[in-house]
Structures are given as structure tokens and as C-alpha cells.
Design a protein around this ligand. Structure first.
Ligand SMILES: *Cc1c(COP(=O)(O)O)cnc(C)c1O
Length: 412
């Protein structure tokens, strides 16, 4: 048990049920739970195991090291990794039986070289830039890379297993680019299949598209945010509207409670000044722990990030510091040092949510949960018996990212 005065409590039962809900939304597709960035800050291995228990048959990891950590942690479902540069440990990925994205001509050369060096047959997913303008082969580059890939397939170095892409406006389901990208994607699939590839999976849908756009589920959906119970389209509905439950509760304990007079400046630069005599509470968690400095509070123009303390709502008063922030608890406050402060959680009983913090800080809930600092311990509740067994087994493999996760570290 850590003595750190804050913790992120992660409900693995919520992750299992969120994955089941996502599978229900996409009954004709398999589910790849995206666990990049240390499981969106929730912890890579516990999250991945819970997602698999909930029915995910694939795991998605942006970085090669994350994919290798999944294997080191004993996860044996299909794993796809997609974001790497020339230093990628391609041989290790092949030996770990990880599916590989190819998003650039050089990457195909590396995959073929690694396949020859290891004697393994790589499974390759061709990533097509259908309009996001980020990673991926342009439709113009696709034919040459496809040609190279099919020649390598003929010699047994690889199999063209998938074609995939990513949307620019998935959170605006009616945006014209969604339909346009879906058409470009369908064209790319046709090109690849017409050239003779027998695809196992076509995949385009992230959380938002999984929940709102069944026409583009194809064979596999790739939800990330929704696995953790947050709404990818808050303008259309909160988590409950999609059958999701937020998995992470970020909480801390009050370090100091003290009475101060009216006109007392609070925290750096006195961005907040007490309007009347009041009680201040110091919360020992700051921007180094992921509390966004943009959620600082200065009355009356900018209310700070919301918290729940003693069953009441309060908000950050003044600047968020590296290690702490301050609450104005009001003149009648009875709170004492050690009392629990909830920054965000499920939102049940009127408590604040990661989405509320995103709004207070001018960002998205993705950034709120992924930036919870490495020094904040993750504590797990709602473990299934298989999680507990796997966690025991995983201590045999500590080291690298798996070890970091076991001590609450971040793979991000
Ligand atoms: C992060 C990511 C996802 C998951 O996105 P969400 O919006 O969190 O569901 C899916 N596909 C790719 C390529 C990603 O980078």
C-alpha cells in the first residue's frame, strides 16, 4: 500500500463491461481494445487483461514497446502495433507474434528484412491515409507498396492480413469527411483484394465510430476511450447513453485545512483572492500528477477544475502548482486533513467527471486520463479471478514496461 496522498482507482469490472457493451454495439465485428499510452493512463497490463476478459480478441498498441510489454505480461491475443520509426525492434516484434502496420514504403522493407532474418511470416496491415492527413500510405503510394508486399507474400516473408485507416471527424458522425473517408477506404480495400490479397480484417472505426456508425464497423473495431468508459462524443451523450461506465476515479487526501481572512491571496501570483473570510484546503496533487494547470481558478471569470469534498462540490482556487492546489471550502467548512477529495470518477451522485475537467481545462477527456502522472499509484478494484491469477504470474516477468506498470508507472 502506497503512502502517496492520491491515487487513481481503476475499476476493472467497468472495463470488462465497457468492452462487452462495445461488442454489443458492433455485433458483426471483432473488438480490438486499444491500450496504448499505458492503457490510457489506467495501467497497461491490468487494463489489457480486463479487456480480454470482456471479450476483446485483439489489443492495439501504438508503440512497439507497448506491444512487447503485452506479450511479456502474458497477453496472448492478437496484438497490432502501428507507430514506429526506423529504430523499431522489428525482429523482436515478429518473434513475439505481433501484427505490424505498414504505413510507409521503408516500413515494408524493414518488415521483409526482419522476416528473412527470423524466418517468421509477418502479418501486415496496410495503413491507408484516407483523409486524416497523418500516418498512412496515400492512395497514390498504395499500389507500389502493395506490389512489393504481394511479392514478399509469394516468397513467404509476410501475409497481407489487413487494410486499415483512421477518421478525422469520427466524433462528428455526420461530417462529410466521414463518408468521404469511408469511400476512399472501400476503394483501397478493392484495390488490395483485386491484386490478389485475401484479407482477414478491414478496420476503420475508433470508439466514436463504433458507437455511432455501424456502416463502417467492417471486420474489426478499434475502440480506445470507450473501453475506459468515457464518451468519445460528449456533444451527443455521456457514457451512460452508450452503456459505458468511467473506470478511473482520481482521488486525494486534504493535506492542510486552515481559516484565512477576506482578501487573502491564494497560490502563485494570487490569481484567486478570498472574497470573504473562509477555510482553505490544500490538495497534495498538482500538474506533475496530471492536474491540468489550465484548470486553475480565478473568480469570477474562470472557475477552476471541479472536485467533490465531503459530499459538496468545490473547485480549484488559484493556480494549480506542480505538487498541489488549493480549494476555497467556504466559511462553514468542517473538513479536516486526511479527508477524501474526488477529482473525477463515475459521475454518480453528482460527482465531477474527467469530461468536466476537460471542459475546465479546454481539452478532451483523453488528455485528462492519459496525463495522470507516473507517480500517482494505480489501485485496482473489481478484479476477476483470472486477473488476480495473471497478476501473480506477471510478477515473474517484471522489467521493462511490465515492471513499471506494476509500480504504477506509465508506458506513455
Ligand atoms: C488511439 C487510436 C484508436 C482509438 O481511438 P479512440 O478515439 O480512443 O477510440 C484507434 N485507432 C487508432 C489508429 C488510434 O491511434
Amino acid at each position: 500500500m502506497s503512502s502517496y496522498p492520491a491515487r487513481a482507482v481503476v475499476d476493472l469490472g467497468a472495463i470488462r463491461s465497457n468492452v462487452r457493451a462495445l461488442a454489443d454495439h458492433a455485433p458483426t465485428a471483432a473488438v480490438m481494445a486499444v491500450v496504448k499510452a499505458d492503457g490510457y493512463g489506467h495501467g497497461l497490463l491490468p487494463t489489457a487483461r480486463a479487456a480480454v476478459d470482456g471479450g476483446a480478441t485483439w489489443l492495439g498498441a501504438a508503440q512497439a514497446d507497448e506491444a512487447l510489454a503485452l506479450r511479456a505480461g502474458g497477453l496472448d491475443v492478437r496484438v497490432l502495433t502501428w507507430l514506429y520509426s526506423t529504430g523499431v525492434p522489428m525482429e523482436a516484434l515478429l518473434l513475439a507474434d505481433v501484427d505490424l502496420s505498414v504505413a510507409a514504403p521503408w516500413a515494408l522493407d524493414r518488415v521483409v528484412a526482419a522476416a528473412r532474418a527470423t524466418g517468421r511470416t509477418a502479418r501486415v496491415h496496410l495503413k491507408v491515409d484516407t483523409g486524416l492527413g497523418r500516418n498512412g500510405l496515400t492512395p497514390a503510394d498504395l499500389p507500389d507498396v502493395l506490389d512489393g508486399a504481394l511479392r514478399a507474400q509469394a516468397e513467404g516473408a509476410l501475409r497481407v492480413t489487413g487494410v486499415w485507416s483512421h477518421l478525422a471527424f469520427a466524433d462528428e458522425p455526420d461530417h462529410p469527411t466521414v463518408r468521404r473517408q469511408a469511400e476512399v477506404f472501400a476503394d483501397a480495400v478493392r484495390v488490395v483484394e483485386a491484386a490478389g490479397a485475401t484479407l482477414e480484417v478491414r478496420h476503420l472505426a475508433n470508439s466514436a465510430a463504433t458507437l455511432t456508425n455501424p456502416a463502417i464497423h467492417h471486420d474489426l473495431v478499434r475502440p480506445g476511450l470507450a473501453v475506459y468508459g468515457l464518451s468519445p462524443v460528449p456533444a451527443l451523450g455521456g457514457p451512460g447513453a452508450y452503456g459505458l461506465t468511467p473506470a478511473m476515479t482520481l482521488e486525494a487526501e486534504l493535506a492542510t485545512v486552515k481559516r484565512v481572512p477576506a482578501g487573502h491571496g491564494v497560490s502563485y501570483a494570487h490569481a484567486y483572492v478570498t472574497p470573504a473570510e473562509t477555510v482553505l484546503g490544500v490538495v497534495p496533487i498538482g500538474y506533475a500528477d496530471g492536474v491540468p494547470r489550465h484548470a486553475s481558478g480565478s473568480l469570477p471569470d474562470h472557475p477552476g477544475g471541479p472536485v467533490q469534498v465531503g459530499g459538496r462540490r468545490s473547485a480549484v482556487a488559484g493556480r494549480v502548482c506542480m505538487d498541489q492546489f488549493v480549494l476555497d471550502l467556504g466559511p462553514d467548512a468542517r473538513d479536516v486533513a486526511g479527508d477524501r477529495v474526488e477529482l473525477f470518477g463515475t459521475g454518480a451522485a453528482g460527482g465531477p467527471t474527467a469530461e468536466d475537467w476537460a471542459r475546465a481545462a479546454g481539452t478532451i477527456s483523453y488528455e485528462i486520463v492519459t496525463r495522470v502522472g507516473a507517480r500517482v499509484p494505480r489501485e485496482y478494484v473489481g478484479e476477476a479471478p483470472s486477473d488476480a491469477a495473471a497478476a501473480g504470474a506477471a510478477t515473474d516477468h517484471e522489467g521493462g514496461l511490465a515492471g513499471a506498470v506494476a509500480t504504477g508507472g506509465s508506458a506513455a
